[in-house]
Design a protein around this ligand. Sequence first.
Ligand code: ADP
Ligand code: ASP
Ligand code: MG
Length: 413
Amino acid sequence: MALIVQKYGGTSVGDPERIKNVAHRVARFQSMGHQVVVVVSAMSGETNRLIALAKSVQAHPDPRELDVMVSTGEQVTIALLAMTLKEIGVKAKSYTGAQVRIVTDNAHTKARILSIDEANIRADLNEGHVVVVAGFQGVDENGNITTLGRGGSDTTGVALAAALKADECQIYTDVDGVYTTDPRIVPEARRLATITFEEMLELASLGSKVLQIRSVEFAGKYKVKLRVLSSFEEGGDGTLITFEDDDNMEKAIISGIAFNRDEAKITVLGVPDKPGIAYQILGPVAEANIDVDMIIQNVGADGSTDFTFTVHRNEYAKAIEILRKVQTHIGAREVSGDDKIAKVSVVGVGMRSHVGIASAMFRTLAEEGINIQMISTSEIKISVVIDEKYLELAVRVLHKAFNLEQSGSPVLV
Ligand code: ADP
Ligand code: ASP
Ligand code: MG
């Protein structure tokens, strides 16, 4: 007998028919003798609908009230699934995040899980119930409802699996595993049977929304056995996230390509080239709680330099406004920006032992006439910022150049 946590995303619970499919799969696992905890998202489109509704009355919705509102999406699904399970004769019980007591910090709309009280869930499981938990939500120490950021149900699933010391956490979604890149952009993308935890962490942080990054972090910290599977097809093995250092010689040097359209670029032109300038620019941005991603400072000429960085597109206008206020104080000539950029990244642990990946990437983009605006690298990834309109082209040509359609093929350099 195993304890399994299964998480189903929005499309997988998008209508009563699909919820019925989920109920039947859950019932099958239970009839095999397993204990099952199910985490569900809101029905597809529901979270977006609720956010739009909030924005129709307040342009920048109050974060506490927004959490009260969007958390209702998941509350509907847990009840629907529990009722459907009962209809087919399975003992089931639903819980909101607050009812479980999934305690988070108080950072509304992007809260972090601090603790989970698993006693009630365990008691229900021991009594033969399937336990159905609302993803994406928790409660702070004062009882305020919080949410975990978009895609946060993945994190609820993995965090519950960690708290319950589950044998496996299965993330059921609308694709049958983790692919070399988003199969909606590149139809030739290939499903990976396994991917290392490190690579998955990079892909998730660089924009592959198949898993929320915090769910991968949890899996790493608590060594949760994590698998991504299709909720529409039966019998596949999906993709297993592995922890051991894979010395497999046949493994591709590049595992995948991630992309992110949510970025915007800001340049502060003609700042004095002297100590303290980076701090004077980024200090006020950090104080406004705006995350900065890539940073470039050009070599100074004539005592002045240009300073460029990227932020989330939602925070672009705010960041520009802040910098225009401090522009004169810093001694900058101009503050300019572009919110039509995108970031494309190639990821692979094989980069550690192979040279030439960056040059192959840059050559491929050059051959398509795609200008690279910014570059950043780490041990296992190379990211470039390009004009958003070339994003899909860039992903497709890189996927081909690195031969990702073919299993285990070497990189073309
Ligand atoms: P869910 O609602 O089940 O949580 P998401 O929409 O959040 O599903 O995530 C699944 C989607 O992630 C897929 O439909 C796919 O378009 C996208 N995706 C992005 N990158 C990848 C990748 N490398 N492999 C698989 N899917 C990916
Ligand atoms: N319903 C939330 C969202 O759409 C959480 C999730 O689906 O994981 O972001
Ligand atoms: Mg998701």
